[in-house]
Structure formats: C-alpha cells, structure tokens
Write a protein that binds this ligand. Structure first.
Ligand code: FMN
Ligand code: MN
Length: 489
C-alpha cells in the first residue's frame, strides 16, 4: 500500500473507476443532451451491459450511472470475475482497514454555504413513472451513535423537496437507531451525505454488519487501502476526502412529511407514499469539476448489484462456519434479491437443509427463499437452476416452509405490519427452503442416478467444424449455453 497523503498518491475513487471501466470497454459516453427529469431513467433502465457517462447535462453537469451495471462490473471493481467475487469478498470482510485522517482533499475544492447551492439545479433524475419526484439514489449517509461516537454509513433514498431539503427513507436498521437516540434527546441528527466515489465504498455501505461496525473500515478492507477522510465544515463528522460531492445537514427530530413512491430494488414502488423524516442541508463541498452519480434502482439494476455482492459474501462467510466447515462453493442472489442459490457438495444427508436454514437467518433480512444445488449446476445460469429444481427435488421431502418469520419490510408479497417511518414496520411472513442437491459422495450408488450426460469428446469445438458464416446463430456460443460448464471438464 502506498502512503495515503503523498503527492503522487492515486487513491481509488470515481475517477479511477471511470478509467477502469473505459479500459475494459464497459463504458458508453453520452454526448447528446439528456434531461434527468424525463430521459435519464429510461436510458439507465435499458443499459444492463454498460456503464453510462452523461457528458452533457443541464447546468454543465456530468454524471455516471449503471456503474456497476451488473455483477461482471462489480467483480471488475474487486479485481475478480463473476464466479470468484463472492468467496473473495467473504475473505475481505474479515480484513477491515481503518481510515486515515487528512487535512484537505479534492472534495474540499469548492465550499458552498446554504444560499450558494441549490439541489434542484443538480442532475438528480426521476427514476420511474410513479416516483414522487427526483431522488438522489447514490447518497451514502454518515451518522454517529450519539452515545459512543461510532460511525455508520448507509444508502438512503433522498427525494428532492427544495433547494436545501430532501425527504429520507430510514429502514429500521443502524441509522434509524441513531436517529431514534437523537429523537429521545430532542436533538436533530447531524448527517453528512457523500455522492460519487469508488464503487467498493458503495459496496461497503450496502454491507449489513453489526451495529457499531464502521462501514468505512469495511470499505478499506474491500479496496485494500485506507479510505482518506476529512473533517466536515459544519457538523462533527468525517467524510471521504476523495468523494465528488458532500452535503452536510440535519434530520430534525419528530418531524414527518409525505415521501415516495420510489422505483425500488424489487422492481416495484412498494413503500408507496409514507410519512418520513426530512434532511435540511446547510453546506455543500465538492470538486471543482465534480461528476454527479446517478443510481437507478430495480431488479438487476445498479442498486440491486450493490446489494447482491455484500449480501452473498456475508452469507457465504456465515455458511462456512456451519457444522464444522461445509464444502460450500458459491452463493448467488436471484433477481429481486429475496432468493438465494447455495452451491455446495453435501457431506451428509440433511446437511443442505442445515445450510439453508442458516442462509435464511443471517444479517440480511431479504432472503425468504433459499435453494441448494450441487457444483455441476451453473448458478449464474437461471436455466440450470430451474433444471435442478425440476429434476432433483422430491417436493414432499425436499421443500420446507417456515411460517411466522420476520421478513424484509419491502417484500410486497407478504403481510405488512405498521408502515414506513412508524415504530412498527415489518413484514410478518414466511420462508422456504428447497434442497435440490443430489445424494452425498459417500452414497455413490444413489448419487450415480444423477450423473449428467456428457458427449464423447467433450472438448470438440463446433466452430472448428461449422462454416464461418453460420456461426453467429449457433447457440452453443452463448455464455448461458445449458450444460456448457461441463464441456470444459
Ligand atoms: C441502492 C440502495 C438503496 C438503498 N436505499 C435505502 C433507503 O432508502 N433507506 C434505507 O434505510 N436503506 C436503504 N438501503 C439499504 C441500506 O443502505 C443497507 O441495507 C445498509 O446495509 C444498511 O446499513 P446499516 O446496516 O448500517 O443500517 C439501500 C441500499 C442500496 C444498495
Ligand atoms: Mn451499520
């Protein structure tokens, strides 16, 4: 690791990430003017393969979106490929690196007091048709526990409500807990909101750790370098020095206003309009040529990608401790992130269900469906997962439903108690586990029924035999070709 305040120090930040995407041919630059209120959401929603850099936005702004657009991009940020990334992040979760304080940083190049900036003039976009208005989806909020001073950093949707005001949705977790502590004291909660930085800082903010754990230290572990922090100007908080933009403000106690709906991660507007707190901003610091960060939510969109990797890694790490270290290969999240696929080799009958129960009661509240499959099933190919479900499951034996569980409050399929912003807000639902594994290796006879067919000479390549002009339509070249992984072995 190089020194973090030397002159030639090149920190990992949004600029280095844009270069990385560009070099990997994963970035599209959009020179034409784009209206954030009516056009940007549609372009982001379509761009499932590439990141978008908008170069021509109102008031001279530029902005990055869909970066990561998919798990391949997220893996790139971690220096891995799609199959390696979850075990790698699980390993880095245990290797946190504390931040370093610096005196100054790029995010302090421009300092603007309350009447010198106007959030309605920034390129915040409207994500969906029914959204309550433009929403900052890329804001990472830093708060402190007023009793211990422990820092927390998490994503919160911030609906623009005026030049210096936004709404905020506080899911009942760490920043909500901090807010309740300030509310009991009758004091506003100081907040700092960071917009635009390296995606691994974002991945850290989406990591659900224990209350009191510092997500900035998790970010350091993810990046394998200490995050450089600077003091805020008007609140007693520190923020990443290499961010693009920082907003400083307060959330007043007790006060509530209509907020939402918002295009959410499951592809629904599920929280509707609720009575939620607001944020009042009194200061902005930013880089001279700051690049905004837009974030489109929805199933398999950028917001979901940020959930997927830390969630799967946290669950992978947790599963690796069950019953003395199982033979677990990978974990993937299904679209909408309420489902998981665990790839493993059972050592005993019943072990898959033990792991599935642990997967459904982790740090994360989202998963209500967990499926276990063997190593020969490509868990990134949904056809293979569905094939395993259909050919390796005896429903009366292999499917279990656990009733009366605490589920994620934004799962529209389950009964809701209370409402967003109220003390009682949850979904009181159920969970399902499906064991789609085959018999364990120590029962070779039973296992042999599930030996997959393989052709003679699996290494032959169709392209060596077919006429060149007929190749583009040949399905076997598709990365999702059913059974293709087996041909490599
Ligand atoms: C794109 C994205 C948007 C999110 N929006 C919100 C939100 O509006 N409100 C909220 O409370 N959590 C939101 N979250 C979830 C939290 O930021 C995330 O679960 C985080 O781990 C919670 O931090 P905590 O465990 O420190 O409380 C969002 C997560 C992502 C990835
Ligand atoms: Mn936290």
């Amino acid at each position: 690791m190089s020194t973090t305040d030397g002159k030639n120090y090149q920190p990992k930040d949004m600029r280095s990430w844009i270069n990385e995407l560009d070099e990997a041919n994963e970035l599209i630059r959009i020179d034409k003017p784009v209206d954030p209120l009516t056009e940007m959401g549609s372009l982001l929603y379509q761009s499932r393969e590439k990141a978008l850099l908008f170069d021509n936005l109102p008031n001279g702004w530029r902005s990055l979106g869909q970066a990561p657009a998919n798990v391949r991009h997220a893996a790139l940020a971690f220096g891995a490929n799609e199959e390696e990334v979850v075990p790698l992040v699980a390993d880095r979760l245990g290797k946190t690196i504390p931040p370093v304080m610096v005196e100054d940083g790029p995010v302090k190049e421009v300092k603007l007091s309350k009447d010198e900036f106007d959030l309605t003039k920034t390129p915040v976009h409207v994500a969906g048709q029914r959204d309550g208005g433009p929403v900052i989806g890329s804001g990472l909020m830093i708060t402190k526990d007023p009793d211990t001073g422990a820092r927390n950093m998490s994503f919160h949707r911030l609906q623009i409500k005026g030049p210096n005001k936004s709404g905020i949705l506080l899911y009942p977790r760490h920043s909500w807990k901090n807010y309740l502590k300030y509310q009991v004291r009758g004091e506003p909660m100081p907040v700092a909101i960071m917009i635009g930085h390296h995606p691994l800082i974002y991945a850290a903010a989406a990591t659900t750790a224990a209350y009191g754990d510092d997500e900035i230290e998790i970010a350091g572990g993810y990046m394998d370098e200490a995050v450089r922090m600077v003091k805020c100007e008007t609140v007693d908080l520190e923020v990443p020095a290499d961010a693009e933009i920082v907003l400083e403000g307060y959330i007043p106690p007790d006060y509530r206003e209509d907020e939402g709906p918002f295009s959410e991660f499951q592809d629904y507007y599920v929280t509707g309009t609720g009575q939620n707190p607001i944020v009042e901003y009194q200061y902005m610091t930013r880089r001279e040529d700051a690049i905004w960060k837009n974030l489109q939510n929805g199933s398999e969109m950028e917001g979901c990608v940020f959930h997927k990797i830390p969630m799967c890694a946290t669950i992978y790490k947790r599963l690796s401790t069950v019953s003395g270290g199982p033979d677990i290969h990978n974990v993937a999240a299904l679209p909408g992130i309420f489902g998981l696929v665990i790839q493993m080799t059972s050592r005993y009958y019943g072990e898959a269900k033990n792991l599935l129960m642990a997967a459904l009661s982790s740090e994360y509240q989202h998963p209500k469906l967990a499926i276990a499959v063997d190593e020969d099933v490509d868990i990134f190919n949904h056809s293979e997962v569905l094939w395993a479900l259909a050919t390796r499951v005896n429903p009366e034996q292999d499917i279990d439903i656990i009733k009366g569980t605490h589920n994620h409050a934004m799962d529209a399929a389950l009964p809701e108690l209370g409402a967003a912003g109220k003390p009682l807000w949850q979904r009181f639902g159920s969970k399902m586990l499906i064991d789609a594994t085959i018999p364990p290796p120590n029962d070779a006879d039973a296992r042999s029924d599930f030996e997959r067919i393989r052709p003679i000479n699996p290494g032959l390549r169709l392209e060596d035999f077919a006429a060149e002009e007929s190749m583009p339509i040949v399905d076997s070249l598709s990365p999702l070709f059913f059974g293709s992984k087996l041909l490599d072995k």
